[in-house]
Design a protein around this ligand. Structure first.
Ligand code: PGA
Length: 229
């Protein structure tokens, strides 16, 4: 059995009350179903404001979830107003996401800036999920997981229409060839209904759900399916 990977990206959603309700539901499901997560790594990529709350909830209920941030400062600790640096993130999280298409599009993040983010993250021991939008986008060396996420297939853009699994797999295969040994996952309108149809392809190691991860039942279902396939 291949070990699978899922990273839920909450984007800029949820208050503390929303997050607590999500953890209430997820915790109940986990305690009822008692799934073995030996074969799946599940990461939650949280807004910075919710990292501390999520850290406590995961620790208290011993949930099979790792935490990550959705961004990291390209600078070390210092006079950089508004930035959250890698060292601060490591208080709560072990992962960070870098290079999401929404950050490239809405914040004009360049490859050079993204490289600095990866370097700062690695210096502090954060594991990096690096997003690429096709095989022409280069991933810096040292990243731990590459997420192929075609921007047009993201649910907020496509209305929930994912890329065709064969085409996604073809692209992931090209990326796998370029970066041997680095797991490649697919992101773009993945849900409990289609997750297995992606990961059963030879070059897709896991998924990066955004919208579906906001619903505890859906994220739990995706983890459960990956854990048992
Ligand atoms: P989505 O997000 O699952 O809502 O399409 C995926 C992504 O952000 O890559």
């Amino acid at each position: 059995m291949r070990k699978r990977f899922i990273a839920g990206n909450w984007k800029s959603y949820k208050s503390s009350a929303d997050a607590n309700a999500w953890f209430d539901t997820f915790t109940t499901l986990y305690q009822e179903k008692n799934i073995s997560t030996e074969y799946v790594t599940a990461v939650l990529l949280m807004p910075f404001t919710l990292l501390s709350l999520a850290f406590e909830r995961i620790k208290n209920a011993k949930l099979p979830l790792s935490l990550g941030s959705q961004d990291v400062s390209p600078f070390v600790e210092g006079a950089y107003t508004g930035e959250i640096n890698a060292g601060q993130i490591t208080e709560f999280a072990t992962w960070t996401l870098v290079g999401h298409s929404e950050r490239r599009r809405d914040f004009s993040e360049s490859d050079e800036l993204l490289l600095n983010k990866v370097e700062r993250a690695k210096e502090k021991g954060l594991k990096v999920i690096y997003c690429v939008q096709d095989e022409t986008v280069a991933a810096p060396s040292g990243v731990d997981v590459i997420a192929y996420e075609p921007p047009w297939a993201i649910s907020a853009v496509s209305g929930g229409v994912a890329q065709d699994q064969e085409k996604a797999n073809d692209m992931c295969r090209k990326i796998v060839k370029k970066y041997p040994g680095v797991p490649v996952i697919y992101g773009g309108s993945t849900t409990p209904d289609n997750v297995l149809s992606f990961v059963e392809k030879d070059s897709i190691f896991g998924v990066l759900p955004g919208g579906a991860s906001l619903v505890a039942e859906k994220f739990f279902s995706m983890i459960t399916q990956l854990a048992t396939k």
